[in-house]
Design a binder for this molecule. Structure first.
Ligand SMILES: NC(=O)c1ccc[n+]([C@@H]2O[C@H](COP(=O)([O-])OP(=O)(O)OC[C@H]3O[C@@H](n4cnc5c(N)ncnc54)[C@H](OP(=O)(O)O)[C@@H]3O)[C@@H](O)[C@H]2O)c1
Length: 346
């Protein structure tokens, strides 16, 4: 039956979120938005930052009033007064930086994707488990109120049997952007593509049974776009595209027998969605006010909550789920012949 109202988002009680001391490795584009969200929308403390470029790191530290700055991750990780490290380096640094931080006894929040491939992701999981530390992938959308409401709709069966997921994430990038750099695991798949692939794993509840992928190379030599068709064991079809060649609407549609969920683009970010009954004219609308990246605060507070509770693996985005996304991306890359430098025999 079509619900009379949308479920309420389940928000953390501020009293259950301890104030922790955070360090950042990689003061780049997303780290800037992260620092802003942490400073203005949480009660967490930003106590240290490490970057390769001393001037840039100093500017970042001054902008966000961060008392300690370092020119290497190892130097930052020697700090005793540090509870958790946010890793915001390029994809191929997530695994070595994450491993180093865990081995230094620090909890980690690692930008998405958790690692380059499932093999690396598994090694991070094992390291965190053996040290009883939190290791969490910063798939920030999963922690937002919007995604929590969608999760509840799916769990309640409000869409009926889900048959179809359509999702895309395409963005035009200038030719000199790091996203085209083969030495930084370039291409859309680990970057933009991780959102639609993660959504398909979430909606269908696991790794697809069958994957069919087509790709197109960019002039720089890395993959430039990928189109994917997944068949899941419950019969769901996911039809996905990710591209670096153009801006695409970034909408997502989750089609069920009872109702269809249409997420405005970009579907993974805070924004609106509509639940429409399959028969009749009933609709329910979710509206998110602006402040896009302010909602990084939800993943920050969730990580702090996990540590406060002594939980090493987030119940919202468990590492097993992050690994399913990596396993699926590994298969897409196998079909497209995409091999990262780190995966080649030395
Ligand atoms: N959650 C989101 O919405 C979101 C959005 C964008 C990106 N991301 C993820 O965040 C990660 C970083 O993306 P970004 O756009 O912030 O990148 P970026 O602006 O290029 O920042 C990367 C940071 O890593 C540092 N770094 C360390 N080793 C490096 C190396 N060998 N080459 C280049 N940089 C190196 C850079 O150092 P310097 O400071 O010395 O230059 C810079 O501080 C990516 O994995 C991406 O998927 C997430």
């Amino acid at each position: 039956m079509f619900p009379s109202a949308l479920p309420r988002p389940r928000l953390l009680s501020p009293a259950a979120v301890p104030g922790l001391r955070w360090g950042i490795i990689g003061p780049g584009w997303i780290a800037d938005r992260f620092a802003e969200a942490l400073r203005h929308h949480t009660h967490q403390q930003l106590v240290a930052v490490a970057g390769r470029n001393a001037e840039k790191t100093q500017r970042f530290a001054e902008k966000w009033a961060i008392p300690q700055r370092f020119d290497s991750a190892s130097a930052l990780l020697e700090m005793k007064q540090l509870d958790i490290v946010y890793i915001a380096t390029p994809h191929n640094h997530h695994f070595p930086d994450g491993l180093q931080a865990l081995r230094a006894g620090k909890n980690v929040l690692i930008e998405k994707p958790l690692a380059l491939n499932a093999h690396e992701g598994m090694a991070l999981k094992q390291e965190a488990e053996s040290r009883k530390l939190l290791c969490m992938e910063g798939m920030w959308c999963d922690f937002t109120p919007k995604y929590d409401v969608i999760t509840q709709l799916l769990l309640n069966g409000d869409l009926g049997d889900v048959h179809t997921l359509l999702a895309d994430h395409g963005q035009y990038f200038p030719a000199d952007h790091r996203i085209f750099n083969a030495d930084l695991a370039g291409g859309p798949l680990l970057d933009l593509g991780s959102y639609p692939i993660a959504l398909s794993v979430k909606v269908a509840g696991g790794v697809p049974e069958q994957v069919f992928a087509q790709g197109q190379a960019a002039p720089q030599g890395v993959n430039g776009q990928a189109s994917m068709l997944f068949t899941h064991s419950n019969g769901t079809h996911s039809v996905l595209n990710t591209t670096l060649f153009s801006n695409t609407p970034g909408r997502a549609v989750i089609g069920g027998s009872e109702a269809t969920l249409t997420l405005d683009g970009p579907f993974y970010a805070p924004g609106n969605f509509t639940l429409s009954a399959s028969q009749g004219a009933q609709t329910l609308v979710w509206q998110d006010a602006g402040q896009h990246y302010a909602q990084l605060a939800h993943e920050i507070e969730h990580a702090a909550w996990c540590i406060g509770q002594g939980i090493g693996d987030s119940p919202v985005r468990p590492l097993s789920t992050a690994l399913m996304t990596l396993i699926t991306m590994d298969e897409v890359r196998r079909q497209l012949g995409i091999v990262f430098n780190e995966e080649r025999p030395h």
